[in-house]
Design a protein around this ligand. Structure first.
Ligand code: G3P
Ligand code: CA
Length: 301
């Protein structure tokens, strides 16, 4: 065989081999007909609700997430001065309402008077809706009461070191809304935190709740095999900042039986790449984009 022919043949063989191996992971995952906590299922998590379309952590944002077929409503928790759990990312009301101040210095009555939607209309006029002007800050109970036992909840204990009663109040509220029950589908409620201590407290009070250890960029940089093994002793998975996530870490998480949920991914190309690399769930402000991508992947299978 001439040298040129050999090179052409070798190139064709390489393309076939690379092409096949690139497609392999997508045949392993999917997409439908799997339990929520299966490593073969890709979770669509509406980050602070469909917060790319509606003001974050409002009933509108959660409704939109549900309508866009997200698997989970993601809820960050803060605790008011009078020990009421509210859905809010920041520990102050300043960014996402027309009020000011620390949540732990304000009562629920003071907080529910605030406008939680107009800031969004001003910041994102292309997505603005008049109804957002009437949005208020929901309590956790409001959300659970509104969406009921048929929705799935992915709840974060935010800055729990500031709130000694947070986990106790969380477990009590979940019990009140019949969301701690062995009869419910596994994974209907997931608890996530950057704080291992907070997750351990959840285990003590409600051992059946599955846990996700959140890892930010710094935590990922410091991660070693010992820490990954330790996480797998109390959590079903990790929630990771996708910008710092390495392929070696993905392999190590999988080897330890951990689910891998990447945050916060809004670009379809990046979603697709992360699924190809082996993540098993995505937090996104645009659950419609992930729903469409998963439909496309399913159609290609
Ligand atoms: O909970 C996953 C992700 O939401 C963590 O980041 O700051 O948006 O709560 P943050
Ligand atoms: Ca969160």
């Amino acid at each position: 065989m001439k040298k040129v022919q050999f090179i052409v043949l070798l190139s064709i063989l390489c393309c076939i081999i690379i092409g096949c191996s690139k497609d392999e992971p997508l045949e392993e995952v999917i997409i439908d007909d799997q339990p929520l906590l299966s490593p073969q299922y890709i979770m669509n998590i509406a980050h602070r609700g469909a917060s790319g379309h509606s003001p974050e952590h409002t009933i509108s944002a959660y409704e939109k997430g549900e309508a866009m077929q997200a698997d989970y409503i993601e809820i960050d928790l803060q605790l008011t001065k009078d020990q009421q759990l509210i859905a809010m990312h920041d520990d102050t009301v300043t960014r996402t309402t027309d009020g000011k101040g620390e949540v732990q210095q304000l009562t629920l009555d003071e907080i529910i008077d605030l406008d939680a939607g107009s800031w969004f209309n001003e910041a994102y006029p292309a997505s603005a809706e008049v109804v957002y002007e009437d949005e208020t800050v929901p309590t956790l109970a409001d959300v659970l009461g509104n969406f009921g036992v048929d929705a799935n909840y992915y709840i974060e204990t935010k800055t729990p070191e500031k709130y000694p009663n947070m986990v106790k109040e969380l477990v009590a509220t979940l019990e009140e809304y019949d969301l701690i029950d062995d009869e419910l589908p596994e994974g209907q409620v997931i608890i996530q935190s950057f704080s291992e201590q907070s997750l351990q407290e959840v285990t003590t009070l409600a051992p059946s709740l599955p846990l996700i250890q959140l890892l930010n960029k710094d935590a990922l940089k410091q991660l070693d095999d010992e820490r990954i093994a330790a996480i797998s002793s109390y959590a079903i998975g990790v929630g990771v900042n996708y910008e710092a996530l390495t392929d070696a870490q993905i392999e190590a998480f999988k080897a330890n039986g951990l689910l891998i949920h990447a945050y916060t991914v809004n670009d379809e190309k990046e979603m697709s790449e992360l699924i190809q690399r082996g993540v098993t769930g995505i937090f996104t402000n645009y659950p419609d984009r992930l729903t469409n991508l998963l439909e496309e992947l399913k159609a290609d299978q």
